[in-house]
Ligand binder design. Structure first.
Ligand code: NDP
Length: 312
């Protein structure tokens, strides 16, 4: 019987207790779930979150996999004590949440909703601000992974002209897929609305800097539900103040929680959301964990293994 260590924050256990038991039963796995304090040498699988109790994996000598409840793995991927396979979370709940957040904020800027919120002053402005229809609006998604591709497809489904950028070449129906340094330049130049759904790696750090922001059309909007490392904050603030960037909705930051005195909080063109774009949902995430444990027990390859050399 495999022993599973629930090594997330203890307060997460009530939300996961029933979904994990149900998902394991549905996967036909008879397992024992234990908590920190159990003998590390007896653990077959670790259910992990970054701020949980396990940071040193050395004593987990028989552990077959570390199964992250988070999609982003930047806090564990460089952990030198981790020799076991690492799998990240790809979950339909996360995906749906991200699609809703990105679509909602894209439509907000596309339709000019803020304009009417801030100009509700008794003046009838019919005809003043007619937005283009979606096929005439160019939206760019940086990152075409599980979440980025889902967002790109949803926006293309609404009729937007969607360009997606990734590290390696991709083909996605209805999306103009570009990659590499040249692809990025092309994408930036056409990005009226740009969402970055990239992982935190050395290569993505400060990707949106003074030079790349200057390539975007004047007044373009940035959505960042990926990771805060991607944005050079000083460069974004300068581009917002200069009018080069028309607005930004930011969910993730270099430092979280975003410090109370950070200029983003008070900036009139910035909307701050507190890392809520997409939450792992216990019911669907538990099914992913159970399927990976089933695979581990059957000697099959794990799903969603992190490429530690690439960092995501
Ligand atoms: P994936 O690993 O599935 O996709 C990552 C994408 O980024 C891939 O398309 C990859 O390219 C691309 N990429 C990575 N490095 C580069 C690079 N140097 N240049 C160009 N493209 C690059 O991740 P997910 O889609 O599942 O998640 C993306 C990120 O979203 C997570 O890492 C996490 O940080 C963030 N996130 C945020 C949440 C929130 O609530 N704010 C919730 C969940 C996730 P390729 O396809 O070629 O490999």
């Amino acid at each position: 019987m495999p022993r599973i260590l629930f090594a997330a924050k203890p307060e997460q256990w009530p939300a996961y207790e029933t979904p994990l038991a149900t998902a394991l039963a549905e996967a036909g796995i008879d397992a024992e779930i234990v908590h920190p304090g159990a003998d590390p040498a007896s653990i077959d699988y670790i259910v992990y979150t970054p701020f949980g109790p396990v940071q040193d994996f050395t004593p987990y000598t028989r552990t077959k996999a570390v199964l992250s409840l988070w999609a982003g793995v930047e806090r564990i991927v460089g952990n030198e004590t981790l020799t076991q396979p690492l799998c990240r979370m790809v979950d339909e709940g996360l995906e749906r949440g991200m699609v809703e957040w990105v679509t909602g904020h894209t439509l907000r800027y596309h339709l000019g909703i803020d304009f009417y919120r801030t100009h509700q002053d008794g003046v009838w402005r019919q005809g003043e601000q007619v937005p283009p229809l979606a096929p005439d609006r160019s939206v760019v998604i940086l990152g075409l992974g599980a979440l980025g591709a889902a967002c790109a497809k949803a926006l293309a489904g609404l009729g937007f002209k969607v360009t997606g950028w990734s590290r390696t070449p991709k083909t996605l129906e209805g999306i103009d897929c570009v990659h590499g340094a040249e692809g990025l330049k092309m994408a930036l130049e056409r990005a009226e609305i740009l969402a970055t759904i990239l992982p935190n790696t050395p290569e993505t750090t400060n990707l949106l800097n003074a030079e790349s922001l200057a390539r975007m059309p004047k007044g373009a909007v940035i959505l960042n539900p990926g990771r805060g490392n991607v944005i050079d904050d000083d460069a974004l603030l300068a581009a917002l103040d200069a009018g080069q960037i028309g607005g930004a909705t930011l969910d993730v930051f270099k430092t979280e929680p975003l410090p109370a005195d950070h200029p983003y909080w008070a900036h009139p063109k910035v909307t701050v959301t507190p890392h809520i774009a997409a939450e792992t949902r216990p019911a669907s995430a538990a099914r992913v964990i159970a399927e990976n444990i089933r695979r581990g027990e059957a000697g099959e390859p794990f799903l969603f293994r992190v490429d530690r050399a690439q960092g995501y």
